[in-house]
Design a protein around this ligand. Structure first.
Ligand SMILES: O=c1ccn([C@@H]2O[C@H](COP(=O)(O)O)[C@@H](O)[C@H]2O)c(=O)[nH]1
Length: 245
């Protein structure tokens, strides 16, 4: 079982959606025994600045820099070059920006990492946000068809553009895995243990279900960070993941 707990730890990403480096570092120290990767999103990055990436990495964990770049190819390439220099282990763009945009980001990241002599971070594309359901997809976004078909199309586009994987709901994991193969990274937010509330997340699964579907990584934020006892919540999730590995 200890090996399975370790394997689950490598797959658990904690979303540090907090307003300061101090809060993020307290959570990282408390939760590092249970999670191998910590996610810096827009709230933390915009409030604490780039230095927070290095501070979190000093705790001996990996960093997923979740800034979801989405702009014209030149702008994304230049921004990705800056982000690659921060030492993050995972960086992302939006698949909706298209092939040229994704390639510009991926190429800039590889070149920058090579110039610095550091390992290139995984370059990942966000497909359809997990807060989107069929109604929002059709009526508000004006998009036709089923969400899972769009996710599959964008996952294939992402792979063909040379990126390493996608962010998607755990509900689309098996369809992506079939289309893109076992080496393709599938990062799944929208994780809700049975004992937690869904909040703004729409396309959700439990940690055990997501692992059972073949997700590479599970992103969990509020069920852990919003709990009265974050280490206990993380341990419970880790145990649930390990049981199906
Ligand atoms: O489709 C997406 C893409 C990114 N996220 C991010 O994941 C975490 C989830 O946090 P919870 O508190 O567990 O809901 C959050 O940082 C999002 O920005 C996502 O949820 N869905």
């Amino acid at each position: 079982m200890e090996n399975k707990i370790q394997a689950a730890r490598e797959k658990l990403i904690v979303a540090l959606d907090v307003a300061s480096a101090a809060e993020a570092l307290v959570l990282t120290r408390q939760l590092a025994p249970y999670a191998g990767v910590f996610k810096v999103g827009m709230q933390l990055f915009y409030s604490a600045g780039p230095e927070v990436v290095r501070q979190i990495k000093e705790q001996g964990v990996k960093v997923f820099l979740d800034l979801k770049l989405h702009d014209i190819p030149n702008t994304v390439g230049q921004a990705a070059k800056v982000l690659a220099g921060l030492g993050a282990d995972i960086i992302n763009v939006h698949a909706a920006g298209g092939t040229a945009m994704m390639q510009a980001g991926a190429q800039a990241v590889k070149e920058r990492a090579a110039a610095l002599g550091i390992p290139a971070p995984l370059m990942i594309a966000v497909t359809v946000l997990t807060s989107v359901d069929q109604r929002i997809f059709h009526q508000e976004m004006g998009l036709a068809g089923e969400i899972e078909d769009r996710v599959k199309t964008w996952a294939i586009l992402t792979k063909e553009a040379g990126l390493d994987g996608v962010v998607a709901s755990p509900r689309e994991t098996s369809i992506i895995r079939q289309a893109c193969g076992k080496e393709f990274a599938i990062i799944t937010p929208g994780i809700r243990p049975a004992w937690s509330v869904s909040g703004d997340q729409k396309r959700i699964m439990t940690p055990a279900e997501a692992i059972g579907q073949g997700a590479s990584y599970l992103v969990v934020g509020r069920p852990i960070t919003g709990s009265d006892n974050p280490p206990a919540a993380a341990q419970k999730i880790l145990q649930e993941m390990a049981e199906v590995l």
